[in-house]
Design a protein around this ligand. Structure first.
Ligand code: SAM
Ligand code: SF4
Length: 475
């Protein structure tokens, strides 16, 4: 996944801050948009070329219905033609909510005395993971507050524990992390534990706005957070996820900045972000954030479609912060991963009863409360293949999303068959009769549509082996 021959060192990078607020605003304020330019830019994206900042500004400045419809249709086509009909599923697992920072939007902030603090012990982590495995999950993101107790060594130990838990046919095949930035040694430690993606969201790329919301603790240092993924790269951890917490500052600026951050990673390390996330502020215990920049559903949909067109090779993650109907609508504009059956109160997966969400026990309010099985059912109804695939990372095919995007035939050869195999595993091990019946029909339909007879034969053989108990037969 080469973009530029040149490689910079961390020192070059930290000497040159890559977010220039004036430059970004200048693009937004001076770029004109017309239906014709919007059409040309969408055509460029559909021909698999990355968009530059001025092209992204054209899409951002498109406000007439016709142009917005074109942007949404373009993103939909891109997703369908390049990525096909799969959605990857995962679950967040909150390990601990102790936090020494003071982010005014977050229920975990140190000054929130109403928050009930809790860190799972090893047995509780095992209980959570067993409960997740029994619902069919294979991919996790471990989530932490920023606290001295959550050291890189501690996180690495949690990761190893997560991989070691096996309940029935269950296993966790990929553990991603969402935790505080580390130093280079720290990133090396978690990389060595076998993590997938390390996600760090900048929250807002606007330095002044950042200062207003981050009132204490290490996270108050904008530049330290901004350069954190450079340190990850220097540590050899090139699988990183970026994101913005939409609602803190003007969404148009933030979208430009996400693309700017992507350019920076590509230029310096020859590798862009593996994923982009776009959390939107949700109600939290004693929320202290005003509503000036809250993003409407329409703008949220538009910005996701723009990001899909701007950086066509990254994974895009939409979480259960958003309500079910909106997630279903937005998914078609380029989202590749969603969480399912999400619970964010610490220790809540292992609890038998579904209780009311308690804002003092969770970071914020989850809006999509569907179980994993419900989400899988609905995906199947829409002829989307729910996928738990983790193959690329485990067989050493790095830069998975980039390959899906750039290597002709990659999706047909690897992604679709692997999605089908992981769905077959789910149907055998965890699905109820109704879901299983629909799921097998969807698998048959996809098999009928396969044109590579050799691959089809081999896939049918592997599905039969799944039915009699073999697991993890990935391509
Ligand atoms: N503590 C680490 C940090 O701040 O980077 C990692 C975990 S933090 C729990 C994960 C993300 O949740 C944050 O980066 C932020 O974007 C998001 N978040 C915090 N408060 C939120 C809220 N009220 N609504 C939606 N998302 C929120
Ligand atoms: Fe702590 Fe992260 Fe919440 Fe900030 S967003 S208060 S660092 S858990």
């Amino acid at each position: 996944m080469k973009f530029h021959p040149q490689k910079y060192t961390l020192q070059d990078v930290s000497m040159k801050p890559f977010i220039d607020e004036k430059e970004i605003w200048n693009y937004i304020n001076t770029t004109e948009s017309s239906t014709k330019t919007v059409e040309e830019i969408i055509a460029k994206s559909l021909s698999k070329q990355r968009l530059n900042l001025s092209e992204v500004a054209v899409l951002i400045n498109a406000t007439d219905k016709k142009s917005i419809d074109l942007i949404k249709a373009g993103a939909k086509t891109l997703k369908k033609t390049i990525y096909g009909n799969r959605i990857v599923l995962f679950a967040p697992l909150y390990i601990g909510n102790k936090c020494q920072n003071n982010c005014s939007y977050c229920g975990f902030r140190a000054t929130n005395k109403e928050a009930v603090r809790k860190t799972l012990n090893d047995q509780e982590i095992i209980n959570e993971i067993e409960a997740l495995q029994e619902s069919g999950q294979k991919r996790l993101v471990l989530v932490y507050g920023e606290h001295k107790d959550y050291s890189p060594e501690y996180i690495a130990q949690n990761v190893k524990l997560a991989y070691s838990v096996k309940k029935g046919n269950g296993e966790i095949r990929r553990v991603n992390i969402n935790a505080a930035p580390m130093d280079i040694e720290g990133f090396k430690t978690v990389k060595d534990a076998g993590i997938g993606t390390f996600q760090i969201f900048q929250e807002t790329y606007h330095p002044e706005a950042y200062k207003m919301y981050h009132l204490g603790g290490k996270k108050a240092d904008f530049n330290n957070r901004l350069t954190s993924l450079d340190r990850a790269q220097e540590a050899g951890l090139d699988d990183v996820g970026i994101g913005v917490l939409f609602g803190l500052y003007d969404w148009r600026y933030e979208v430009m900045a996400l693309v700017r951050h992507t350019n920076h990673l590509e230029a310096c390390y020859n590798v862009g972000p593996h994923t982009i996330s776009f959390p939107r502020i949700k109600d939290a215990s004693s929320l202290e954030v005003g509503s000036k920049y809250f993003v409407s559903d329409d703008d949220f949909t538009k910005l996701i479609a723009i990001l899909r067109l701007a950086v066509p090779y990254t994974g895009m993650i939409l979480t259960a912060r958003e309500p079910a109907e909106l997630r279903d609508e937005i998914m078609q504009y380029g989202v590749s991963q969603i969480d399912g059956g999400t619970k964010i109160e610490i220790g809540s997966y292992a609890k038998v009863k579904n209780s009311e969400q308690n804002l003092n026990k969770g970071q914020f309010k989850v809006s999509d409360e569907r179980s994993l099985n419900e989400i899988i059912n609905e995906l199947i109804d829409k002829e989307q293949i729910p996928s738990f695939c983790t193959a690329c990372y485990r067989v050493g095919r790095t830069g998975q999303h980039f390959m899906e995007f750039s290597v002709p035939g990659f999706i047909k050869k690897f992604c679709t068959p692997n999605a089908i195999i992981t769905l077959a595993e789910y149907l055998v091990d965890y699905a109820d009769d109704k879901t299983a019946e629909k799921g097998w029909k969807l698998i048959d339909k996809n098999l009928d549509e396969m044109t590579n007879e050799k691959l089809k034969k081999s896939l049918i053989d592997r599905i039969e082996r799944v039915k009699i108990g073999e697991r993890d037969l990935i391509y």
